[in-house]
Ligand binder design. Sequence first.
Ligand code: MN
Length: 207
Amino acid sequence: MKNLEICDGDLTQETLSRYLEANAIGVDTETMGLVYGRDRLCLVQLCDDNCYVAAIRIQRGQTKAPNLKKLMEAPQIVKIFHYARFDLAQLRTTFGIEVQPIFCTKIASKLARTYTNSHGLKSLVLELEGVELDKTSQSSDWGNAANLSDAQLSYAANDVLYLISLREKLITMLQREERWELAQQSMACLPTIVSLDIAHYKDIFEH
Ligand code: MN
């Protein structure tokens, strides 16, 4: 895989400087499972608009990643996730990172693409980018970070590769349908939703 840098524990100073030049960065994480607190963070993937992908291997028990934190909290750079809610909780509980500003392609898709119920990354990339993502490594052992297979690394990279382009296309759709403002408001309240998730509240907005 070209343009893929593997980092151990944190972004290198050089890669941090490169990413700090960006307006937007695609971000994804791979974990041992879907329960944060129990299932640890194993990999954080990043991609800028030059399609430069970095994958940071996270050590068991690691609690700090200062360069990643600097990037994730940089106010001038939009961090784009697909289903940000999960990744934000992982990054906050593992490293104390308060990501902002945030764009979530899943929220954008749900607000814009009301003609479908398919809001997974695979469906979104297929429809908007015309690319079929290979998801076979989605459920695999990410904990063995020192020995990730080529298939896992290429899967991990592909999950961040299209986020910047998806965001642009989704914003165009949202603006066309006059839903962009609502989308921005929905994304702005994500940190609060994540706080509720971490405190184990289920749905305080329900009757
Ligand atoms: Mn992923």
